[in-house]
Write a protein that binds this ligand. Structure first.
Ligand code: 4NP
Length: 159
């Protein structure tokens, strides 16, 4: 493992559906690995700033035994590109937005979250906002698989 623990920011559009679930999945895996890491989520848009996650995300996390009802949406800020080592976007539009607003001296590495999943490289975590509970369940599955892959790599760094 590198000297500095990674610090991970998960980013979607509104920070109420996908990225709070991704944050929960990364926290769960960090806890399992016994790593006290900085993990947070944010949105590229400010539409839902200060709001709790969508109730459908709260439900799907609760089904996995995790309470995300206390999270509050916020927008990505310039300082995030220095505080975090990794910023994972849920889709191409969010990744393009991150790249457009990244300060020139940004140190964070920006990538698609599903690039972590060898079977879904280049794919997006589909926006479930206009979908149903089933789509939220698929979101949870996608972000959990990606989080597990991230921590598996951390625990077994390539030689
Ligand atoms: P998220 O989902 O980006 O996963 O949080 C959305 C939340 C809100 C909206 C769109 C997507 N919206 O249009 O308000």
């Amino acid at each position: 493992m590198s000297e500095r623990l990674p610090a991970v920011l998960l980013v979607c559009l509104g920070n109420i559906c996908r990225s709070p679930l991704a944050e929960a999945a990364f926290r769960a895996e960090a806890d399992r690995a016994g790593l006290d890491m900085l993990i947070d989520s944010a949105g590229t848009a400010d539409w839902h700033t200060g709001k709790a996650p969508d109730p459908r995300s709260v439900d799907v996390a609760r089904n996995a035994g995790i309470d995300i009802s206390g999270l509050k949406a916020r927008q990505v800020i310039a300082d995030d590109f220095h505080r975090f080592t990794h910023i994972f976007a849920m889709d191409d539009a969010n990744l393009a937005h991150l790249r457009a607003i990244a300060p020139p001296d940004a140190t964070a590495e920006c990538a698609l979250l599903l690039d972590l999943d060898e079977f879904r490289r280049g794919a997006s975590v589909i926006d479930p906002y206009y979908g149903d509970a089933e789509l939220f369940a698929l979101t949870w599955q996608a972000v959990t698989t990606a989080a597990r892959a991230f921590f598996a790599k951390l625990e077994k760094p390539p030689r």
